[in-house]
Each structure stands twice: as structure tokens, then as C-alpha cells.
Design a binder for this molecule. Structure first.
Ligand SMILES: [Zn+2]
Length: 77
């Protein structure tokens, strides 16, 4: 399978949907762990990269996120 790369600001459709019914997540932090924001309810989750890569289906969009804003997003969790 093709190795995909994911970047800060990517909106990713996951195999598993959040209890709110949305399966679209915004990447607000990359690295060893990925922090994702649910596009339905704004809930944050932290996933190890390997688990994230298994669960990610496809990138469906991208928004520009400043690193500063990403840090702010994390504080809001
Ligand atoms: Zn949700």
C-alpha cells in the first residue's frame, strides 16, 4: 500500500466515526502522536501515529493552521 503523509491542517476521513456521528477530523498536531479535532462537535483526541495511519481513510480537505493557532487549539482541549 502506498505510504501516505499527513500534514497539519489536513481534514481526514477516518474508518471509525465519533459518537457525534462525524468521521471527519482536523489534524492539529503531528509527530509521534497526532492530535485530532472532531469536525462535528469540536472534541479533541490524541492518537499514536501508527493507530492514526491505520484508521485514516483519505484526506478530504485542508485548512491553513498556524503553529501558534495549533498551540491555542491544544489549550482549548
Ligand atoms: Zn464529535
Amino acid at each position: 500500500m502506498e505510504k501516505k503523509t499527513y500534514a497539519l491542517g489536513d481534514i481526514v476521513r477516518m474508518k471509525k466515526q465519533h459518537p457525534c456521528g462525524t468521521n471527519e477530523w482536523l489534524i492539529v498536531r503531528t509527530g509521534m502522536d497526532f492530535r485530532l479535532k472532531c469536525q462535528g462537535c469540536g472534541h479533541y483526541v490524541l492518537l499514536p501515529r501508527t493507530k492514526f495511519e491505520r484508521m485514516a481513510r483519505q484526506v478530504i480537505g485542508h485548512v491553513e493552521i498556524e503553529q501558534k493557532q495549533a498551540a491555542f487549539e491544544e489549550q482549548g482541549s
